[in-house]
Design a protein around this ligand. Structure first.
Ligand SMILES: *Cc1c(COP(=O)(O)O)cnc(C)c1O
Length: 233
């Protein structure tokens, strides 16, 4: 079984349905090898940079969870797609500026990138003003990379306290994006340990190149772009 990312030449000859089915089969296989039920893992199709007409065939093929990394880009395509497919679930997987929090809360069903107290404040204010908040995951900068957003692993306990005890926010899980040149396994294992220590059920980890490893280490949400949509331009 080839566990490498299948992105690259030749891939786009397949139809969207075929590419989706190929990824679904790999997810099912990874679940089986991990001894986990297939329903334990939600496949997010990361549709960033792709326009609505590219996304629509995947919705028609039954894919229901999608991820975007920019609020403004998502606002341009998802209100119409959500109207067409009301049962789809939209996830924000990119950094969120506090001044875009209201727009994000109105559009997204899940935010994977709660990463600092000022954003927790902005979300709590929106809640206090009557907004229904999306499901929230805290992004962890598992590799302590200076350019990457996310809470440092050592700061996770105090940040969760800030969110939950101080602001009354319900945190459902943790998300990470390991350094590109590192083996992902130790990062996924660390995220799993942190989630377990804090009783957080959701683990958002694993992309095209490493989602089998993430499933093995307990991912509940895998975020796959390239292997579903093809290479981004
Ligand atoms: C783009 C992106 C992905 C998908 O990456 P692929 O390698 O294309 O599967 C996953 N997570 C985040 C946060 C992303 O920005």
């Amino acid at each position: 079984m080839n566990k490498q990312s299948e992105s690259g030449a030749g891939k786009l000859e397949k139809t969207p349905e075929k590419r989706l089915q190929a990824v679904q089969a790999r997810v099912a296989q990874a679940c089986q090898e991990a001894g986990r039920p297939a329903a334990a893992v939600t496949l997010l199709a990361i549709s960033k940079t792709n326009p609505a007409e590219i996304i629509r065939p995947y919705l028609r093929a039954g894919q229901r969870h999608f991820g975007e990394n920019r609020v403004q880009e998502a606002q341009q395509k998802w209100p119409d797609l959500k109207a067409e497919f009301p049962d789809c679930t939209l996830h924000l997987v990119g950094p969120l500026q506090s001044n875009k929090a209201a727009q994000a809360v109105a559009l997204f069903d899940v935010i994977h990138t709660l990463d600092r107290p000022s954003l927790a404040d902005a979300l709590a204010r929106l809640r206090d003003n009557g907004a229904e908040l999306p499901k929230l995951l805290v992004q962890v900068n598992s590799g302590a990379e200076p350019q990457k957003s996310g809470v440092l692993p050592d700061d996770v306990p105090s940040f969760l306290d800030t969110c939950q005890a101080d602001r009354g926010l319900a945190v459902a899980g943790l998300m990470c994006l390991p350094p590109v040149d590192a083996a992902p396994g130790p990062h996924f294992a660390l995220l799993g340990k942190l989630a377990e220590a804090h009783n957080l059920p959701l683990l958002s980890m694993g992309m095209s190149g490493d989602f089998e490893t993430a499933v093995q280490l307990g991912a509940t949400h895998i975020r796959v772009g390239t292997d579903i949509f093809g290479p981004r331009g």
